[in-house]
Design a binder for this molecule. Structure first.
Ligand SMILES: *Cc1c(COP(=O)(O)O)cnc(C)c1O
Length: 388
């Protein structure tokens, strides 16, 4: 709260979120994997505890909990649970909530790793999945099988096509749990749980940690649901490392400044690339030409660092562009300080069925661009030379 009683802006909250009462401005790095629990009764109390620290680090760790508290505060939820990666968060949440014979409704146009998990391990375990086009929220509702559907999974904006899902429509779905992969938006870009969505998930490897030096995932939601997922996750073991959680908190402190600059530069670059004759199409929710620009404006505070561009030509043109860019590097993450380019069809979406790629706009000339912290003029000149 500010002293006028107004709720603080998210950028302000990010500076202090998750801080404890010790007076330290940064969390301590608790590397310890275990704690002295005094005697048989103390050890027994630890073994029966839920998501508590001071027992064994897979159950809970004070540094990881600083990160979890920070995320819960920014997402406006009761609790959060960190994982060793974004995929650790997705896999653990699905297996915590779904059993053989259960049904999931998932968005067809989402992250390649999520699709591979739904088509591989979920299928093998007898969990049935119905895919829908997330751009039309009524498709999620229509696909729900009462009593069978345990989870409705969405991603917005999507990686790499930047489609937007209507969070209010998703939050209105009753019965199954709803989960939104909000990685591209970050907690300062949108808050899915404020629309009634059950769980917000992030690959904190990306914009949250923000410096390409942590592999980290997180989910946020109501305490009871997070505790239920914890009781499976503690056995699944995709536990967050304290060092990565520390880097997660460090990233949160400067997320407001980074996200603002990345969004501003991405907007300028998207507008400039849209007018370039070698580019067929630019997908960025901040562009008025984006088919869901109005929806994005309603539910997002910033449009984020990620865009994708469709080149005129063939895969060879995509290869040549990646070779000619000098400032912009070829690498597959997003939200960090360096501007990166990647070829989705041969990297993050390599295992996705060609028919699905065609249906979700992942063509051979689609390149994903994660805009970093460099000055716009330098990025523009790099693209201008490489595209010439
Ligand atoms: C990267 C990413 C993931 C997976 O996260 P990892 O930390 O790499 O496991 C999931 N969803 C989206 C949207 C991502 O960009």
């Amino acid at each position: 709260m500010t002293n006028t009683g107004r709720d603080q802006e998210p950028e302000t909250k990010a500076v202090t979120a998750g801080r404890d009462a010790s007076g330290a401005l940064s969390p301590a790095l608790w590397a310890s994997s275990t704690w002295d629990t005094t005697d048989v009764d103390g050890t027994n109390a630890g073994a029966k505890s839920v998501h508590a620290s001071g027992f064994y680090s897979r159950y809970g760790n004070p540094t990881v909990q600083s990160f979890e508290h920070a995320i819960a505060e920014l997402e406006g939820t009761e609790a959060a649970l960190a994982f060793g990666s974004g995929m650790g968060a997705i896999a653990s949440t699905i297996f915590a909530l779904c059993s053989t014979g259960d049904h999931i409704v998932a968005q067809r146009n989402c992250y390649g790793g999520t699709l591979a998990f739904l088509d591989g391990p979920c299928k093998r375990m007898g969990i049935d999945v119905t895919y829908v086009d997330g751009r039309n929220a009524s498709e999620f509702v229509a696909a729900v099988r009462p009593g069978k559907t345990m989870l409705v999974m969405a991603e917005t904006p999507t990686n790499p096509h930047l489609d937007i899902v209507d969070l209010a429509a998703l939050g209105a779905i009753k019965g199954p749990y709803t989960m939104v992969d909000s990685t591209l938006a970050t907690p300062l870009g949108q808050r899915p749980c404020s629309y009634g969505v059950s769980l917000t998930m992030h690959s904190a490897t990306k914009g949250i940690a923000g410096h390409n030096d942590a592999t980290l995932g997180v989910i946020a939601g109501e305490k009871d649901l997070i505790n239920t997922i914890w009781s499976y996750a503690v056995l699944h073991g995709a536990t967050a490392s304290p060092f990565d959680a520390l880097n997660g908190v460090r990233g949160i402190r400067s997320l407001g400044a980074r996200l603002r600059q990345q969004s501003e530069t991405a907007q300028q670059l998207a507008e400039w690339l849209s007018t370039h004759p070698a580019i067929k199409r630019v997908n960025y929710p901040g562009l008025a030409s984006h088919p869901q620009h109005e929806l994005a404006k309603r539910q997002m505070r910033w449009f984020g660092s990620l865009m994708s561009i469709e080149l005129c030509g063939t895969t060879d043109d995509a290869r040549r562009l990646s070779q000619r860019l000098r400032l912009v590097r070829s690498a597959v993450t997003l939200g960090g300080p360096d501007t990166l380019i990647s070829h989705s069809t041969s990297s993050t979406h390599i295992s996705v069925d060609p028919a699905v790629k065609a249906a979700t706009g992942i063509s051979d000339t689609l390149m994903r661009v994660s805009v970093g912290l460099e000055a716009f003029a330098d990025l523009r000149d790099d693209f201008a030379e490489a595209l010439a």
